[in-house]
Design a protein around this ligand. Structure first.
Ligand SMILES: Nc1ncnc2c1ncn2[C@@H]1O[C@H](COP(=O)(O)OP(=O)(O)OP(=O)(O)O)[C@@H](O)[C@H]1O
Length: 252
């Protein structure tokens, strides 16, 4: 379980996200929606400590992992990212073979046994539905795969490390409609196994995929969460006029 309390993010002293307090339940999918620029990506970056490598970025507030301060649980960013994986909008396989894409992070985390590496590679490629498509060309460059296949490979690379949490920043938005549907189905099938936080601009997708949803909005130049709850309840019953008109597609 991952929980934030009054999490705020600033760049060069200017706050862009204020006081986000939210819980992502174990095994559930939390959708993060809201118009451009309201701080959704900054929120994910803070959770994955990417803000540490963004010049001028600073974070305040608390992040807890299974009830403990995340800095205590994972003092090093390498260890943190093993447990909290990230999938980006644009698939970002390494410019190397499909096999090496999967083996490299495993080797970096101390798994060197060839049999074990082979077994994990096959298992995660099966999990993401890629095995039948790539099993005969594991030594070809990952960059030769289609965009949708590359994104599924990136998800395989992330889950090879057995993370508890996966952060996804618009994972389908750079893909053609069929590939996007395939990746969405994959994410849906991962419910129960991983805690997933997914940013999406596709409201229909947020509604189909997520168990809970948080609506981000910029007010007075700062992003914050204006509504959160069970997805169907938020979509059907929100009494916040901004949220209701945004979710119905009339605004935003
Ligand atoms: N590295 C940075 N330096 C300065 N300002 C930044 C930086 N990254 C983001 N911002 C600003 O922070 C605010 C929030 O941006 P962020 O990308 O988190 O929003 P978002 O909701 O994810 O937007 P989108 O949906 O367009 O991806 C924006 O005003 C943006 O310009």
């Amino acid at each position: 379980m991952i929980t934030t309390e009054n999490l705020s993010v600033s760049y060069n002293g200017k706050m862009v996200l204020r006081n986000v307090t939210i819980t992502a339940r174990p095994g559930s999918i939390l959708g993060l929606v809201g118009p451009s620029g309201c701080g959704k990506s900054s929120f994910l970056a803070a959770l994955n400590r990417l803000t540490e490598i963004i010049s001028g970025a600073s974070v305040s507030g608390r992040i807890q992992f299974d009830g403990q301060d995340i800095g205590t649980v994972f003092p090093s960013s390498v260890e943190l990212r093993r447990h909290i994986g990230m999938i980006f909008q644009k698939p970002n396989p390494f410019a190397m073979s499909i096999r090496r894409n999967l083996e490299l992070p495993l080797r970096e985390h101390g798994i060197r046994d060839r049999g074990q590496l082979k077994q994990i590679c096959e298992s995660v490629l099966r999990d993401v539905g890629l095995w039948d498509e790539v099993s005969t060309r594991l030594d070809q460059s990952a960059l030769e795969l289609s965009g949708g296949q590359q994104q599924r490979l990136c998800i395989a690379r992330a889950i090879a490390l057995k993370p508890q949490v996966l952060l996804m920043d618009e994972p389908c938005s750079s893909l053609d409609p069929l590939s996007a549907e395939r990746v969405e189905q994959l994410i849906s099938s991962m419910r129960g196994q991983y805690t997933i936080l997914i940013v999406t601009h596709n409201l229909a997708q947020a509604r189909r995929l997520s168990d809970q949803v948080a609506v981000f909005w910029t007010q007075d130049g700062v992003g914050r969460i204006v509504e959160q709850g069970e997805t169907e309840a938020v979509f059907k019953e929100s009494t916040n006029p901004i949220v209701a008109s945004y979710l119905s597609g009339r605004r935003g």
